[in-house]
Design a protein around this ligand. Structure first.
Ligand code: SF4
Length: 398
């Protein structure tokens, strides 16, 4: 049991200096006046929360205090420290936030000067996550990133020197024609830079992005599945050998204390609240989210209403399926005794033959009521989860 098992708060900061051609997040390259409007509307959104610090639609709001606050985006490091400070003050004034809540900040490597890093650290940020993506000049150019490998190294050095508990970085692999050797050398550079946490994401080409259009025109092709699988295995084996073992399909940490306390809430169905355009929230079997576009997010706030795009009620079957899918993406796997609705033991019995088959094929191991994926199982985590039959749960109420 972690000491941080209360709800998490996510704040989406939708600004970037430049839009990367693979990005499908809710972001814009707005000038300062957009930032001002965003900040005004964020405080309106915070003001509209009920006394519990949750929106009205949450039946029986969680009583525990928020113990993580994650500034993601976008590029939160673009906001001046004074603005980050005001958001934190507003959140602490209105919401039930634990004194020692763990604060996360996503940053563009170029923004991480020693002065800025020291200021963020003094404000209480404990994890800083740099969007490095690659240490190879040609990859950075392909990905449309504005920083150089040198700027990435400098940003990491500054973050380490400022004394964050966890310095994290994101990398992207599966770039068309990327060889295992080239990817391994990127990983070596990352390890040599000395971060405490790494997230390695496979490049995904999303529709209606510049890469999506390039792919439609036949000008680029996503890496094929076999090559991606090879790089996936290489990533997990190489980082484990380098002292940075995986704990989830895309996440690696130099020790359990550096695992992302905030992201683990998403994977374990802990309650979380998202503020800002496109932010998602989850509590008591309900998921809801804000409009993606900043104007659509601001309009209801101007009218004094919460910026709600949609609400989804998750039935028991969906909750169990999500728990399986999220759990089987982690090295710890899924403890069937802890599945929602207390239905794990029956599900285990119903799926005994499938579980035996997964073990026989080297895709999972069994430890009492826990099903743990092997590395081969992690590589096809969704398929493993979907191979389990939830038929008996269909249409059960929560
Ligand atoms: S920096 Fe990140 S959020 Fe911003 S455009 Fe690039 S990928 Fe998207």
């Amino acid at each position: 049991m972690s000491d941080f098992d209360g709800p998490g708060l996510y704040i989406h900061v939708p600004f970037c200096t430049h839009i990367c051609p693979y990005c499908d997040f809710s972001v814009l390259t707005g000038d300062r006046s957009w930032q001002t409007r965003y900040l005004q509307h964020l405080s309106l959104e915070i003001e509209l929360l009920t006394e519990s610090g949750w929106p009205e639609l949450v039946r029986e709001p969680p009583s525990e205090a928020f113990d993580t606050i994650y500034f993601g985006g976008g590029t939160p490091s673009m906001l001046p420290p004074g603005n980050l400070e005001s958001i934190l003050e507003a959140v602490r004034a209105k919401m039930h936030v634990r004194e020692n809540a763990w604060l996360f900040l996503e940053a563009n490597p170029e923004d991480v000067t020693l002065k800025a890093a020291t200021t963020w650290r003094q404000m209480g940020f404990r994890t800083i996550s740099l969007g490095v993506q690659s240490f190879a000049e040609d990859n950075l150019a392909f990905l449309g990133r504005q920083h150089s490998p040198r700027a990435a190294r400098r940003g990491l050095d500054n973050a380490l020197a400022a004394g964050f508990d966890t310095v994290a970085m994101d990398l992207i692999y599966g770039i068309p024609d990327q060889s295992p050797r080239a990817w391994q050398s990127d990983l070596d550079e990352a390890l040599a830079a000395g971060p405490h946490h790494l997230s390695c994401y496979q490049l995904t080409v999303h529709p209606r992005t510049p890469f999506g259009f390039r792919q439609l025109r036949g000008e680029m092709m996503e890496m094929d599945n076999d090559d991606q699988a090879e790089l996936f295995m290489l990533t997990h084996r190489h980082l484990a050998a380098g002292g940075m073992p995986g704990y989830e399909v895309s996440n690696f940490a130099a020790g359990p204390q550096h695992r992302s306390l905030h992201n683990q809430k998403y994977w374990s169905h802990s309650p979380y609240l998202g503020l800002g355009p496109s932010a998602h929230s989850f509590a008591r079997g309900r998921r809801w989210w804000n409009p993606r576009k900043i104007k659509a997010w601001m309009a209801p706030l101007d009218a004094g209403r919460p910026p709600l795009e949609s609400v989804e009620e998750l039935g028991l079957e969906s909750l169990v399926l999500e728990s399986l899918m999220l759990g089987l993406r982690t090295y710890d796997g899924v403890d069937f005794d802890n599945l929602p609705g207390g239905l794990g033991p029956a599900l285990w019995r119903d799926n005994r033959a499938t579980i035996d088959e997964l073990v026989k094929r080297g895709l999972a191991t069994v430890d009492r009521s826990r099903l743990r994926p092997t590395l081969a199982g992690l590589a096809i985590a969704d398929t493993v989860a979907r191979s389990l039959d939830l038929g008996g749960l269909r249409n059960e109420p929560t």
